[in-house]
Write a protein that binds this ligand. Sequence first.
Ligand code: SF4
Length: 238
Amino acid sequence: MQDKINQIISLLEEEFPGLKSKPSKSDPLDVLIATMLSQNTTDKTSYIAFQNLKTRFKNWESVMIAPLSRIRAAIRVCGLVNQKSKSIKKLLKQLNTKYGSLSLNFLKKMTDDSIYKELLQYNGVGVKTVSCVLAFGLARDVFPVDTHVHRLTNRLGLADSKSPEKTFKQVKDLIPRGKKFLFHTLLIRFGRKICRANNPLCGKCRLYDLCIFERKEFYSIRANGIPKENNFIILEHV
Ligand code: SF4
């Protein structure tokens, strides 16, 4: 399996040359909130919601003590506003109670496994969210799995699972060290341009011979469609 992964990485690097193997580091708490906002919406709307929070409130302490109606108004554009506003406010309160301040900079000294354990105890924070904090907030070499990466890894036969969480567990240790974040980024680009959820462009796919998707022959002769938006790209700009 590792040979196959290396082969896929090489082919995708040829398709998308020059991608960074590490993201720029952002504030880990910013990334945590931005990822919570990104659930079930596009990069664009979650980015607008995140920017609204940053500009309408002085800091995360202000968000923590603000009425829910103000938080809802700021993030309205990104959907699920009741759930997201409550989760964010609750999380900020819990962090403040436990650590005495609203900063996640203490995570910098912790191992990846300890950080997963620490953050997964909070409601609304799942494996994908913690992986994003590690990758985009702490520049760790991890492999965030969202619905798109889940789809691609299963079509390529690297995982066999029904959920991103299970896919993450199956794949994370198979990817060579130092290539996890790069592989994630390559798959996101590939999913956006070629292996889309609907109407994948199998006829133009460099990975065709490595793919086990049962409908690839059918899609290889279908007409091209319009690329859709995808998650995670925006987290590089938080
Ligand atoms: S052949 Fe089609 S389904 Fe398989 S990886 Fe390529 S685009 Fe995706």
